[in-house]
Structures are given as C-alpha cells and as structure tokens.
Design a protein around this ligand. Structure first.
Ligand code: URA
Length: 294
C-alpha cells in the first residue's frame, strides 16, 4: 500500500477511535463511500501500471446508511469517556464547536423542518451538577432554551431551593429538537427511539466536555436515553453510574405538576438532597425538612 493510503487509513482510524471514545456509536456513511471501501486500493504508484493485473472490482454491497440498534442493551456497552479533560479556552472552543454542529443539525429531517430553534443546552460548562431532561416543549422551542415553560419554572425553583442558581448548573435534554406533533395544535410527544439514538451523541459530547460530578436524570426518558433503563418509579432515588459519573434519576418536574401529592414532592426533594450530599454541599435544617409533614 502507498504511504498516502496508509496515512489516510491511520487518520481515519484515529478519527473513528476519537468519536468512539466520546461515545459516538454510529456514523453515517454515504453509499458511494461504502462501496469505495469494499474495493481493493489501487497499487502503489512506483509499480508500472502495465505490469499489474487490475484486481476484480467487487460488487458494491447494499448496506443501510445508518444502522439501527438499541441505544444500549447492556450497561457494559456504555462507553467510558476516555478523551482528554479540557479546561479553559480549549474547553470553551470545543463546546462552541459542538454547539455550532448541533445548531445546524438536520439528521432528523422531520424535526429540522418543524423546529423553531435547536435547544442545545444552557448553563455553566464547568458545572459540577448537570440536569438531563427529555426534549424541548413548545416554550423551549420558541425560546431556544431548555426548561423555560411551566415544568422548567418548577425545575428552576428546585435548583434555587438547593441553594444554587440556574447559571451555576448545566441543563440539557436527550433531544435537541422539539418532537413534532403533525396535525396537532398543542401538546408534546415522547421522542422515538430512533430520534433519541440519532441525537444522543450531542449529549454524550456535552457530558464528556463538562464532566460534571453529579448527573440528575429528570424522568424516564432521560434514564432510557442515558442508561437504556426503564421504569423510573423503581429507578429513582438510587445512585447509578453513567461513564463513571454518579447519576441520580428522579421524577420529571412535569410529573410533579400533575401529581401534587406531598409524598411525591418529598421523593424528588430527597433525590436532590442525595445529589447535594454527593457534591458535598451544605444542607441546612430547613432544606432537610422540606415537604415533611408537620
Ligand atoms: N421538558 C423537558 O424534558 N425538557 C425541556 O426542556 C422542557 C420540558
């Protein structure tokens, strides 16, 4: 093989390993390139072409452009972040580059067509605490910021009750675009597994760059997207691990808006107390006793 060919091959392998280390599990390859990859490379330039019998060109293999597969079928498949820990200007630049890519994403053409804004994420990229929700709703789509509607206002209250401000944490969603609801003038829908699988690499990259000390998964879809685990009622309140980062699942704030039971509010609050303890945050008596019956 020629040097140029080997260099290209090495660069491609390095690039793919980098993506894999950042949690990217699938890459889109155009049919034309896939077909080219199945062909034997041309002989090195120094061998006279006339003395070489051209190798038979294999028939292009029909393969799907993107493989469909479950997000993660077993916890062992969850990629561990192995890339360098970026800080300072390098981190800001990497985050800006990621944001730029996400802002023009058209991988889900139906969502790219229906969205008003890509809702990338908001907050401090050096945050120790990161919240992950499901997907933007109508308010978030309109404003381009996650958790700004009614559920978002409740999340902001929870964050403040923990003694923090929104700009001290980072907030993102599994999906960066609002799931479309064709023919409906209102309402939201859960992201499909395909939409989640397509979009989640952006979240993986966000988490890899931020490297929070604690993750909070807001609701079942966030848990499904991050760990492939279902059943938020059983999952919440217990520590899980996402790529070496402690992850606390809790109910989605919109669940609390629909279920006003004190016991449910207390459950979410206990999950937040757990996150505060894990972060070594001070917890006062008032905070400890929120939502406990008199
Ligand atoms: N619900 C979510 O999961 N995310 C948002 O950004 C808003 C509502």
């Amino acid at each position: 093989m020629s040097d140029a060919y080997n260099q290209l091959l090495d660069a491609t392998i390095q690039h793919l390993q980098g993506l894999k280390a950042r949690g990217v599990r699938f890459v889109s390859v155009e049919q034309e390139n896939l077909s080219a990859l199945t062909r034997t490379p041309r002989p090195p330039a120094q061998i006279p072409a006339a003395s070489v019998t051209p190798p038979p060109v294999p028939k292009p293999v029909e393969r799907p452009v993107v493989q469909a597969a479950p997000l993660f079928s077993t916890p062992t498949e969850i990629p561990i972040a192995t890339g360098p820990v970026l800080t300072g200007e390098a981190k800001v630049a990497a985050f800006a580059e990621l944001r730029t890519r996400a802002m023009v994403c058209v991988k889900c053409p139906h969502l790219a067509a229906s969205r008003k804004n890509v809702v990338f994420g908001v907050g401090n990229i050096d945050a120790e605490l990161m919240f992950v929700g499901e997907a933007p709703g109508a308010d978030e789509d309109a404003q381009g910021e996650p958790f700004v509607g009614k559920a978002g206002q409740l999340l902001t209250k929870i964050i403040q009750t923990m003694g923090l401000q929104r700009d001290q944490v980072y907030i993102a969603n599994i999906l960066k675009c609002r799931p479309d609801t064709p023919g409906q003038s209102a309402g939201n829908r859960k992201p499909t597994p395909e939409e989640m699988q397509t979009c989640i690499p952006y979240l993986h990259e966000q988490i890899d760059l931020i490297r929070p000390k604690v993750l909070v998964a807001l609701g079942g879809t966030a848990m499904e997207g991050l760990l492939g685990k279902t059943g938020i009622t059983k999952l919440r309140g217990q520590w899980h691990t996402y790529r070496n980062i402690p992850l606390m699942p809790t109910y989605h704030p919109s669940y609390l808006l629909h279920n006003q039971l004190l016991s449910e509010k207390r459950r979410v609050w206990e999950d937040m107390l757990g996150a505060m303890e894990k972060l070594g945050m001070p917890i006062n008596e008032k905070q400890r006793n929120f939502f406990l019956k008199g």
